[in-house]
Design a protein around this ligand. Structure first.
Ligand SMILES: [Cu+2]
Length: 207
């Protein structure tokens, strides 16, 4: 009778193995999945005629707080966002002022909810309607002529300092692809182990 008991116990592992297989098939899509960019405003490749004061990024999965957003013009000039709000799975980038006409590239680096870094970029064109009618009276910038004041010497000297700021951002390593293949091996390995265990259990039950 002792043997009988142990055979009954083996009926349960079969159910457990089924559950494990179901879990393993389901896990990669839930826990391990990177959050990818789903949509942006403006859209990648779009030409926008409206005023662009905010840029929105939507991801297909959860993202962590702390995103890096880099907006650069065609000439490589960087536009510092006024504010970057991460409301998972969306990011709203606020600009200090509407974008002038030109081509802009938005590069993003986010942390996917599965803790993996995800990065990418998109580009759009702004064709702002510049309602600049040729004005007759050319308003020249008021030249600051301060001859009499001896106190102003200090302020005029610091004019041409730090006009150019070149930031070279070395993009992150290509972790993503390596992780992907490693994950396949891990899942594959687990699946093989599970199948072997399942086979052993089945064989034992048939005795
Ligand atoms: Cu991931």
């Amino acid at each position: 009778m002792g043997r009988r008991g142990s055979v009954n116990m083996l009926a349960r592992p079969k159910m457990m193995i089924l559950a494990i297989i179901v879990l393993l098939v389901g896990l990669p899509q839930t826990v391990f999945a990177h959050s990818h960019i789903e949509s942006t405003v403006p859209t990648d490749g779009d030409t926008v005629e409206e005023v662009v004061e905010t840029i929105e990024l939507s991801f297909d999965g959860g993202i962590e707080q702390g995103a890096t957003i880099q907006i650069t013009t065609e000439s490589g000039e960087e536009i510092e966002p006024a504010d970057v709000q991460v409301n998972s799975p969306n990011i709203e980038v606020e600009l200090a002022e509407p974008l002038a006409s030109g081509v802009y590239t938005v590069a993003y680096q986010i942390i996917s909810a599965d803790t993996h870094p995800v990065e990418g970029d998109f580009t759009f064109t702004v064709e702002a309607e510049e309602v600049t009618e040729p004005e007759e009276d050319v308003t020249e910038e008021p030249e600051v002529v301060e001859e009499d004041d001896a106190n102003n010497d200090e302020t005029t000297e610091e004019e041409s300092v730090g006009s150019e700021e070149t930031e070279t951002s070395t993009s992150d390593e290509q972790q993503t692809t390596e992780e992907g293949s490693a994950l396949i091996w891990i899942i594959g390995g687990i699946l093989i182990v599970v199948l072997i265990v399942a086979g052993v259990v089945m064989a034992r039950r048939k005795k």
